[in-house]
Design a protein around this ligand. Structure first.
Ligand code: HEC
Length: 135
């Protein structure tokens, strides 16, 4: 029952996100939903990304991106950039994602995070993947 409730709630959130006004620097997702990305000239900072990751993502993805009981590791070969592009990270943060690779349930959209913050987080994750020999 809980699962069904969460799925319908996620659907409503996805619908709301799909119909929200567009921003000035949209990136195009394959399904035509606009995914917001940082504006031109943005420079990602891995140090800020690490702090933001702890704040916004570690609850489920673990303090060092190694996963928890609530979410998968992102320092994992299926999340390297040839399998999950940076756009899939912007998309996951803004719209959430349905359970499809694992059995942790859905990822809800991350509240109050902007594309720049997500950009810093992606840089941190790519660096950490690289250090782990994943990329
Ligand atoms: C409430 C828990 C939760 C939080 C918070 C969370 N995630 Fe997730 N995330 C998940 C789960 C669960 C999945 C796995 C879905 C699946 O594939 O089964 C996932 C999957 C993903 C994916 C893969 C998406 C895809 O296309 O397969 C990315 C990228 C991701 N998360 C990034 C992030 C980032 C970045 C943050 C922080 C800004 C974050 N997540 C915060 C639970 C969470």
């Amino acid at each position: 029952m809980k699962q069904a409730y969460e799925s319908s709630r996620l659907f409503l959130l996805l619908a709301a996100a799909a119909f929200s006004p567009s921003c000035s620097q949209p990136g195009k997702a394959d399904n035509k939903r606009e995914i917001h990305t940082p504006s031109a000239g943005f420079i990602a900072d891995t140090k800020q990304g690490r702090q933001l990751f702890v704040e916004y993502c570690s609850q489920c993805h673990g303090r060092n991106g190694k996963g928890t009981k609530q979410g998968p590791p992102l320092i994992h070969k299926i999340y390297r950039s040839d399998h999950h592009s940076d756009m899939s990270f912007y998309k996951a943060a803004q719209l959430g994602t349905y359970q499809h690779h694992w059995h942790f349930g859905n990822m809800p959209p991350v509240k109050n995070i902007n594309p720049e913050q997500t950009g810093h987080i992606i840089a941190y994750i790519r660096q950490t993947q690289h250090e782990a020999g994943i990329e």
